[in-house]
Structure formats: structure tokens, C-alpha cells
Design a protein around this ligand. Structure first.
Ligand code: GLU
Length: 565
């Protein structure tokens, strides 16, 4: 069930491209298209698709988590950047993820249970964006998901695989009764793919939110239940309270855009590291003739990796929630600073060490890079409506199935594990240390690209933990320097180089692709390489000569569809 429908209509140069949606699941994409057909706006379609994803791709995202959203208003030519990131509960201590010996907890130990849950921000953010850009009534956007949750949907192969791999869910209620069954020998097995799954509890939750708005989630019974679930967790109970939920506020962040070649790339500012790091990579690469290089050539992979290592090194040192830490965002993106960073790259040799740079005139703060452990789940939705408005939304409950606790038919997040576990290292503060009400540093990179006339050119983003930024960077280069369609850009083999994140700052090459053949040559240049699966989940739309071409990542189960008019 994976196909791309591109309807090539004869269009004039100024005609609006056809409404298009791309998401991680066919049910969600079709729902988005259904909303667009009813004259819904891009935000309407994105909200309806997100609720479907909560149901059919419960491992990745949902109202128990958070997200970041860029919205383009075509008529007003205005961009808005929304931050629906989870906040830490008011009662946490910086030592949240340390054991009694003051050592960081093992990741699974921290992730499962109550302590890693942040106050969910997705729904509050979506309501804020809907108030500003919505056309259809809020309640209508929940009806497709309510219907599907009650009628049931076939479990997808990927969901089944994730359930089969999970050691915790089959042992716990309510996940055990919802997603598993006993086989003849009394063994607990996930429901097979294709089996029809209903989720009446989620339907009930959605119904309340549809009628009463996001307030039904942040106050009242749903909020009480979330807090109770987290506080009474058997494993590592958390402190999240009804007050934390009642006080949650999504934020509008200042837009973050920077030119790349003849285009302007806009992405998410802190508390996501996505935008600054992506724009640093592009700003460094701008000094190299990327369009003259072949997409999978040794020189292109080497240069992109080196630019990436430089940007990730700065990410690890400087980036965190800007409401708590002074992030030198402007200085990190100054042309002269990026020029100096680019000058560190040799076309022939990999750098042996990549320290963070010093973008400020003053000495850099004496900091340590924090640990960075996020696991890949998350989802990305791209929508373009009939008026040319666009939504680029990345949302997440962090690890697969979040913290594994369910409330009201949905999973709760473990987003606080995106904080550095140790608040200090070698006596020095870590920027991304846990603190009450702070937002953990994210890598989510919802992106919009505009052409030289200021017209929207592309909508994209991906899951993948801190690899997200590298996946998006490679795709932006493919779209701009290599003139690829969205699907061609998404199909490219992946490679990821993350200094300060991966041990040794190595270069990962996607297993089973031609890139793996570059291993020896890259090692000769001094790169430490590893071949491994790199499961991006890019979903995007390119607008080229007034036609929209959508793309969905074949590594997952997505679908891109364009509506004919
Ligand atoms: N929690 C991660 C972040 O906010 C995303 C995890 C993922 O993509 O799987 O950056």
C-alpha cells in the first residue's frame, strides 16, 4: 500500500499547486486529503492526520507527547514557529536521572515508568495553531480518528514488529489486553499484522477533546488520570501533577531562517537543536560547489560529513532551552564564524578532532557536552492546502511507545530522557541539564524552504532522534543542489556524522545501500565508519513549476497523496 499519486495538471505559472499531504501512514494521509477536499486548511488537515497517527502509529507520537510546527500563511506571506515541547514537572531535581551513587541511570531504566514523562505539549500547541489558522471547526478534526478507533483498523507490519520487539508492553495492562493475545501454548504474542484493532478508550478521550477543546485534556478527568498514572507507576514513579498540566503553555518562537544558495531555509529554533544545526551545516557547505558533485560520491559524503561534525560539536556545547540558558544562536550562524569553521575542512582528510567553536568574542562558557541518548520513534507530517498554506509538523513521544504507560488509550512520553542525564561533568555545568519547567533539547527539524521569489518550495522533516538533522540536511542538499524530486531526495541512501553525540564522532553509512561501498575509501581519508540501518522517516512535498510532488520514506509505511481539482 505504498504509492505516490502525482497528478500532473496543465497549470499556468501562477496557478496554486494542488493540495498534497505526506505522512507516516496511509490512513493519516487519506484523512488529511479528506479534510483538504472539504476545504479544510493545512492546519486542519495536519491535526486530523495527527490524531489518526496517535491511533495507528501509537509507538511514535500522540497527545501524550509534544512537537514542533512551522506554519506558512500564503496570503499574508507569514511564517509562524510553534513550540509544543514537553516541560519538566515543577518538582524535579537536576539529579533526576542519577542513581544513589550519583551515576547516570541506564537508558531503559530511566525511560520506562514515571520519571521521564514531561508535561505533554502537542495538543495545546495544535489548538493554539488552529485558533490562528484553522478553517473547519475543531470538533470536526477529531471525527475521522474517533470513527477509526471505534470501527478498528488493520495493524500494520511495522506496528506489529515494534510490539513483538518490546519486552515491557506484553507484561503490563492496559497495553497487554489492547495489543496482545495468548497463543495456544499460553504465550503472549502481539496481534498479527492485518488483525483489526479497536481503541474505544482513545475514541472516548478524543470525543471529550473534540467537544471541550484542549482544556479537557489539561484540566479535569483526563489530566487527573495522566498525573495519577505517572505518580503511581510501579517502576520509578514520577512527580508530574495536575498543576503541571493546567499550567502548560505552548510558545511561539522567533522564526529561524537563513539563505542557502538562492533559497531561504526555515527550521525550528531552540529548544530544538534542529534549526541551528541544520543551518550551520548548510552555511558551511555553501562554501563548496555541492552541485558539481555527484550525490553519492566520495567527495560529497566526505564534505557533508565534515560540515555535519562541526555543527553537531557546537550543538552539544551550546544548545538547550533558551528560556534557561543563553544560547548564542545569532553568533553560531554568523557568516564569518561559519566561514572559519568551513576553513577547518580539508577536501582530502577527515578532521581528527572536532571541538566546539568559539562564536562569541568572549570566552565560551566552561561547559561540558551532555550525553545524548534519544531513541528513534517520532513522526513527521507535511501538508499543503489549496490556498498554498503549509504545515511542517514533527511530533514525538520520544522512544518507541514513550514511557510505556498508557492513560485514556494513548501512550505517555519519556521526553525528559532528552535531557543530559548528568547535570554536571568534571565539575562543569551541562547546558541541557534537567531543571523544573525546562524543555529538554530536541532534534526535531520541521523545515520549510522558499525560492528566490519568496514562494514556498518545500515542506519536510523526519523522525530519527539526533540523526534527524543529518537526514534533513542531506535532503535539503538533494532538493537544492541536485535538483531532485522529493521522492528522489528521500530515496537517497543515508549517512550520518555526529560529533559529540556518537562515540568517537564516527560516520554511519546506511546498510544495504551503495554507500556502504565507500567504507574503505572513507576510512583511508581518516573517517571512523560503521554500517548500520538508518531508518529515516522523511515525509515531504516539493513545489516545482506550480506542481506539488510529494514523497514518503520507503523505510517506513508512509504515503504521499495529491488531490486532483
Ligand atoms: N525525542 C527526540 C527529539 O525530540 C526525537 C526522537 C526521535 O526522533 O525518535 O529530538
Amino acid at each position: 500500500m505504498r504509492f505516490i499519486l502525482i497528478i500532473a495538471l496543465a497549470t499556468t505559472a501562477c496557478a496554486k499547486p494542488n493540495p498534497t499531504a505526506s505522512t507516516a501512514n496511509p490512513h493519516a494521509t487519506k484523512t488529511a486529503i479528506h479534510i483538504l477536499k472539504k476545504n479544510g486548511s493545512a492546519i486542519d488537515a495536519a491535526i486530523a492526520a495527527q490524531m489518526i497517527l496517535n491511533l495507528v502509529e501509537p509507538q511514535s507520537s500522540g497527545i501524550g507527547g509534544g512537537g514542533f510546527l512551522l506554519h506558512w500563511n500564503a496570503k499574508k506571506q507569514k511564517l509562524h514557529s510553534y513550540d509544543g515541547r514537553e516541560t519538566a514537572p515543577a518538582n524535579i531535581k537536576p539529579s533526576l536521572f542519577l542513581n544513589p551513587q550519583k551515576q547516570p541511570l541506564a537508558f531503559p531504566d530511566a525511560m520506562i515508568g514515571g520519571i521521564a514523562a514531561g508535561t505533554p505539549g502537542l495538543l495545546a500547541m495544535l489548538q493554539q495553531a488552529h485558533n490562528k489558522h484553522g478553517k473547519l471547526p475543531w470538533r470536526d478534526l477529531f471525527q475521522p480518528a474517533i470513527k477509526l478507533a471505534e470501527k478498528g483498523f488493520p495493524i500494520s507490519p511495522r506496528l506489529r514488529q515494534m510490539l513483538a520487539r518490546d519486552p515491557i508492553l506484553p507484561k503490563r495492562e492496559p497495553s497487554r489486553s489492547l495489543y496482545y493475545q495468548q497463543d495456544k501454548n499460553g504465550k503472549t504474542k502481539p496481534l498479527p499484522s492485518g488483525a483489526i484493532l479497536k481503541n474505544p478508550k482513545l475514541a472516548q478521550t478524543f470525543r471529550q477533546i473534540a467537544e471541550q477543546g484542549a482544556a479537557a485534556f489539561y484540566q479535569g478527568a483526563i489530566a487527573q488520570n495522566i498525573a495519577k498514572t505517572i505518580r503511581s507507576a510501579k517502576h520509578r514513579p514520577g512527580t508530574l501533577s495536575p498543576q503541571d498540566l493546567a499550567q502548560y503553555k505552548p510558545k511561539m518562537r522567533p522564526n529561524l531562517c537563513r539563505p542557502y544558495r538562492n533559497f531561504t531555509v526555515c527550521a525550528m529554533p531552540p529548544p530544538s537543536s534542529g534549526g541551528v544545526t541544520l543551518l550551520q551545516i548548510l552555511g558551511i557547505l555553501e562554501r563548496f560547489p555541492m552541485s558539481a558533485m555527484k550525490p553519492q560520491s566520495l567527495e560529497a559524503v566526505h564534505l557533508i560529513s565534515e560540515a555535519s561534525r562541526l555543527a553537531y560539536a557546537d550543538r552539544a556545547h551550546y544548545l538547550a532551552d533558551p528560556d534557561f540558558i543563553a544560547v548564542p544562536q545569532k553568533a553560531l550562524l554568523k557568516p564569518n564564524y561559519l566561514k572559519a569553521r568551513a576553513a577547518m575542512i580539508s577536501p582530502h582528510r577527515a578532521m581528527t578532532q572536532v571541538p566546539p567553536g568559539n562564536p562569541l568574542a568572549a570566552k565560551p562558557p566552561p561547559r561540558q557536552k551532555g550525553d545524548d541518548l534519544s531513541l528513534p520513534s517520532t513522526t513527521h507530517i507535511s501538508v499543503l492546502d489549496g490556498e498554498g498554506n503549509a504545515v511542517s509538523l514533527t511530533s514525538s513521544i520520544e522512544g518507541p511507545f514513550g514511557n510505556h504507560l498508557m492513560s485514556g488509550g494513548f501512550f505517555l512520553n519519556n521526553q525528559l530522557t532528552d535531557f543530559a542525564f548528568a547535570p554536571q561533568k568534571n565539575g562543569r555545568a551541562v547546558a541541557n541539564a534537567p531543571a523544573p519547567k525546562k524543555r529538554p533539547l530536541s532534534s526535531m527539524t520541521p523545515t520549510l524552504i522558499f525560492d528566490e521569489e519568496g514562494a514556498l518550495f518545500a515542506i519536510l522533516g523526519s523522525p530519527g532522534g539526533s540523526r534527524i538533522i543529518a537526514y534533513v540536511a542531506e535532503s535539503v542538499i538533494a532538493l537544492i543542489d541536485w535538483n531532485m524530486t522529493m521522492q528522489e531526495a528521500i530515496d537517497l541512501p543515508r549517512f550520518v556524522a555526529r560529533e559529540g553525540v556518537a562515540r568517537g564522532g564516527g560516520l554511519e553509512l546506511e546498510q544495504g545501500t551503495a554507500l556502504a561501498n565507500l567504507k574503505d575509501s572513507l576510512e583511508k581519508m581518516g573517517h571512523q565508519t560503521a554500517i548500520r540501518p538508518l531508518v529515516s522517516g522523511l515525509h515531504g512535498i516539493r513545489i516545482h513549476q506550480s506542481l506539488a510532488d510529494g514523497g514518503a520514506d520507503r523505510r517506513r509505511e508512509g504515503l504521499a497523496l495529491t488531490l486532483s481539482r
